[in-house]
Design a binder for this molecule. Structure first.
Ligand SMILES: [Zn+2]
Length: 348
């Protein structure tokens, strides 16, 4: 390479490089240009390598010009690099810009499920009367679910037609929270005042009023000297507290194997006030079943049935919630439909 060619090459490369630098849009592109202009295989490097073959004077002239051009290129690359970094920062800031004057996006507040609201209200009413909350297993033995509750071996509730048995012999999904009565009495001596909310299971085909899984609250009081009057007074107080002081309450004789005598508690109809309508028929709505604990049940848990008496009651949470909120179909409780659930607000 003669000196003229070397100098011409340097000027061409300077021109080419300044043009390319002006066009790049990213730091990566800038890097590629830098490699092509100043890298090992670049024409600039070729010129530098050829300096040794030039005469001393030519080497000085070409070398000086090569250094000047190198300085200009380094400056041009650095200027463009810092320009691109600033542009990238500005773009990032613009993308992340927060308009503090925009109204905030409010998170949607959840609400308690209507069954939970009703359960809390019922449980609270009994806690206020000195009861405590207990729970029991959802899978039960035949003993706890039936036998200890004085349900005879031939009772239809025991059949596969009505109950859901599991693969362990003699065990089933509990059909009533009544089984918790037995656990509660086994774990302590009287006095016993407990309520037991929980899920129960039946072999049912779902329809507007039936579900294979639903919720009950069982209550039990065992002490010395408890009479039917205590049962009546307790449940009347509960029904008025739950459904309103103006509610009329009546007890109707009924039969459940684990109580003697047994009774249904009816309240006057919420919708018609007792005159009779499509909801109630005759003006009354049954809200729970109750009775004096059968002496055989007390003996089954080792209590002295001569000394202690008690009463038990059970009610369906779905049934109370359907009456309370005028809900026509039990399946609405389990579908998780937000438009349905959001109507019930928070329990206080
Ligand atoms: Zn009615």
């Amino acid at each position: 390479m003669d000196p003229q060619e070397a100098l011409r090459t340097l000027e061409e490369e300077l021109e080419r490089a300044l043009g390319l630098i002006a066009q790049v849009r990213t730091l990566d592109e800038l890097e590629s240009v830098q490699v092509s202009v100043l890298g090992k295989k670049s024409r600039y490097t070729q010129v530098q390598r050829s300096l040794g073959q030039l005469s001393e004077q030519a080497r000085k002239d070409v070398g000086r010009r090569a250094n000047e051009i190198r300085s200009r290129l380094d400056a041009a690359f650095e200027e463009r690099r810092s320009g691109l970094v600033k542009e990238a920062e500005r773009a990032l800031i613009a993308a992340d810009r927060v308009d503090v004057t925009l109204p905030g996006r409010r998170g949607r507040a959840g609400s308690l499920h209507p069954l939970t609201i009703v359960e809390y209200e019922i449980v609270d009413a009994f806690i206020a009367m000195g009861y405590r909350v207990v729970e029991g297993p959802e899978i039960e033995t035949d003993w706890y679910n039936f036998t200890a509750l004085n349900i005879p071996p031939d009772h239809p509730a025991r059949t596969m037609k009505d109950s859901l048995y599991v693969d362990i012999p003699g065990m089933l999904l509990r059909t009533e929270t009544s089984a918790v009565q037995i656990h509660a009495m086994e774990s302590q001596q009287p006095p016993v005042y407990v309520v037991a909310p929980g899920r129960v299971f039946r072999r049912e085909t779902p329809d507007a009023t039936h579900s294979p899984v639903f919720h009950q609250i069982e209550g039990l009081a065992v002490d010395e000297g408890i009479t039917f009057s205590d049962l009546k007074g307790t449940l009347e107080a509960f029904a008025r507290g739950m459904f309103g002081e103006e509610q009329r309450v009546r007890l109707v004789p009924s039969y459940f194997p684990f109580v003697e005598p047994g009774a249904e508690i009816d309240v006057s109809c919420f919708r018609c006030g007792g005159s009779g309508c499509g909801l109630c028929g005759n003006g009354w709505i049954e809200i729970l079943g109750a009775g004096m604990v059968h002496p055989a049940v007390l003996e089954n848990v080792g209590y002295d049935a001569e000394r202690y008496t008690g009463f038990a009651f059970g009610l369906g949470i779905e049934r109370v919630a359907m009456l309370r909120y005028d809900i026509p179909d039990i399946r609405l409780f389990y579908e998780g439909e937000v438009r349905f659930l959001s109507q019930f607000g928070r329990a206080t």
